[in-house]
Design a protein. Structure first.
Length: 543
């Protein structure tokens, strides 16, 4: 409960600070109402445990409406707040205040409830329908932005949406995506007398279960009086297998914290809007939608990546020990004929050469293909138009495969060493440079081109005298910038066996020679700065 109130205060404080700075309160009301609607349907609000950890379910407020019907008030009041926000002024503040208050009271009422046994009700077909709807919506959005192809794109989107829905619901779809089937779950009350019936069933089979446990030297289990009173944090296997879970309202996953924060935001923004109805702007609805969408994407991402500063605080002693073992650097051990500084210098030069050769090869291949990927040069010819789409598709596919993955493939194909790193960098950089080159070509000044065409100059002459003089400085600048990136990438590639300073650093770390590893890190920092300043100086002279 205290944690919930802390997040309410955080949301309220954010609104108050924005209000003191005379920011738009209606924008925050829109963001808060939309955020609550998203969290109500998609973010976990409570926790229900089974016998095994994989049986844990984190239901949303929507998934808890069967167990707690008051949760239906949350989306209703949020939609009403959005309607009043559209009208603006004091009505907007009143709607935000009411939405925040109702959401807060309903959510706190649930959190204050005790643990209960709940029955799991998987909703069949919901995720399959959502996937098909999203696919169709994507084509509809693309079609609305391309009026010429609107009808075929919308039609294709509808057909693909229906096909994906049917395929995901099929046996084959469930084979490839088993978690989709019944992914969204409702938790309903177990019903009067069900818990006692489950307790009696468990206790009746306890003698046979303890006999099996005795054969494998496990301690016997004691009879239970209540499932909700179990101290182990999980319910018996037999109860979980019947589709029941122990639902604990006081356990609050990230979704509950988001809802409480949004409730505080609505309360603060509503109060400030009532006091100063003029705190609004014309683009509040769009800005509020963007703000809510960003939060809706970021919050699950932070939870999925297990972002917790507490872990860093616990690991601080290791970092201190690491520093003590790494400093001062071990530059040489002549007695043992170990010369880390010399080796590091040799490997950093190899890293530069890997990046240099890979960038050069990429530029050689990207230069001619970029003209085929330039929209303005392929617009008038259907064959070239097809080549344009082919090249752009190749660029997108090539850029989608990370350099590290390519390095792993080439290390397996050609063995350890710098050649694998050169191949990985060259192949990946073709797409990056080609896209940059083609965009530079598309933005050339049309004046010189039209002047050459007016005197009857052919395509090759137009390319040589009208386009190349404009884009070559940009090509060089982009190539230098890509070389900077490739140098940094080549360091990482050394960790997977592609040679260079990364290979030296990894070897020193694996052997526990942190005082040698730190030499490689220092040299990398120095060379990175040298390359950066040199590249910036060259680009300033060329562009």
């Amino acid at each position: 409960m205290i944690t919930a109130l802390v997040y309410v205060f955080i949301g309220f404080a954010a609104a108050a600070l924005s209000g003191l700075a005379k920011g738009s309160m209606r924008r925050l009301i829109v963001a808060g109402a939309l955020g609550i609607l998203i969290a109500w349907a998609a973010f976990p609000f409570s926790r229900a445990v089974g016998f095994l950890s994989r049986e844990q379910i984190d239901p949303t407020q929507f998934g808890l409406t069967t167990a707690f019907p008051l949760f239906w008030l949350v989306p209703l009041i949020s939609v009403a707040a959005l309607g009043l926000a559209h009208r603006g002024g004091a009505l907007s503040g009143l709607g935000g205040l009411a939405a925040g208050l109702v959401t807060l009271l309903v959510s706190l009422a649930w959190v204050a409830k005790g643990a209960q046994v709940a029955r799991v009700e998987p909703q069949i077909g919901w995720m399959e329908a959502l996937a098909g709807t999203l696919l169709a919506a994507l084509f509809v959005i693309i079609g609305n932005n391309l009026p010429r192809y609107r009808v075929p794109l919308i039609g294709a989107g509808i057909l693909l949406g229906l096909f994906s829905f049917g395929w995901l619901k099929s046996e084959k779809g469930h084979t490839y995506f088993p978690s989709v089937q019944g992914y969204y779950k409702f938790l309903a009350p177990a019903g009067q007398g069900v818990e006692q019936e489950l307790v009696d069933q468990y206790n009746a089979g306890l003698e046979a279960l303890n006999a099996q446990r005795k054969e494998i030297d496990l301690p016997p289990l004691k009879p239970i009086a209540s499932i909700t009173g179990i101290q182990s944090g999980r319910i018996p296997r037999e109860v979980a297998e019947q589709g029941y879970r122990l639902l604990t309202p006081s356990a609050m996953p990230y979704g509950s914290l988001v809802i409480f924060a949004f409730a505080g935001l609505l309360l603060g923004a509503g109060l400030f809007q009532l006091r100063r109805p003029a705190l609004q702007q014309d683009d509040d609805l769009r800005a509020g939608l963007i703000l809510a969408s960003v939060i809706a994407v970021l919050v699950p991402a932070f939870d999925a990546t297990e972002f917790m500063l507490q872990k860093l605080a616990k690991g601080w002693p290791f970092l201190v020990d690491f520093w003590h073992r790494a400093w001062p650097p071990n530059l040489a051990q002549p007695i043992d004929k170990i010369f880390p500084l010399q080796t590091a210098f040799s490997e950093i030069m190899l890293t530069v050469e890997i990046a240099l050769v890979g960038t050069f090869l990429a530029a050689i291949f990207a230069l001619p293909t970029s003209f085929l990927a330039a929209r303005n040069l392929t617009l008038r010819n259907r064959v070239l138009r097809g080549v344009f789409y082919l090249m752009r598709t190749f660029y997108n596919a090539d850029r989608g495969v990370d350099t590290l993955i390519l390095a792993l493939v080439f290390v397996a194909a050609v063995g350890l060493g710098p050649f694998a790193g050169v191949l990985a960098i060259a192949i990946h950089s073709i797409a990056d440079l080609g896209k940059l080159y083609s965009e530079a070509i598309e933005n050339v000044d049309k004046g010189p081109i039209e002047a050459l065409e007016s005197v009857g100059a052919g395509g090759a002459n137009v390319l040589r005298w009208g386009i190349l003089p404009q884009v070559l400085p940009l090509f060089v600048s982009y190539t230098l910038y890509r070389f900077e990136i490739n140098f940094r990438v080549s360091i990482v590639l050394g960790f997977v066996g592609a040679g260079g300073i990364g290979y030296f650093i990894k070897g020193a770390m694996d052997a526990g020679h942190y005082d040698q590893m730190i030499i490689g890190v220092i040299i990398v920092l120095i060379v990175v700065n040298i390359i950066d300043f040199a590249s910036s100086w060259l680009r300033s002279r060329l562009v």
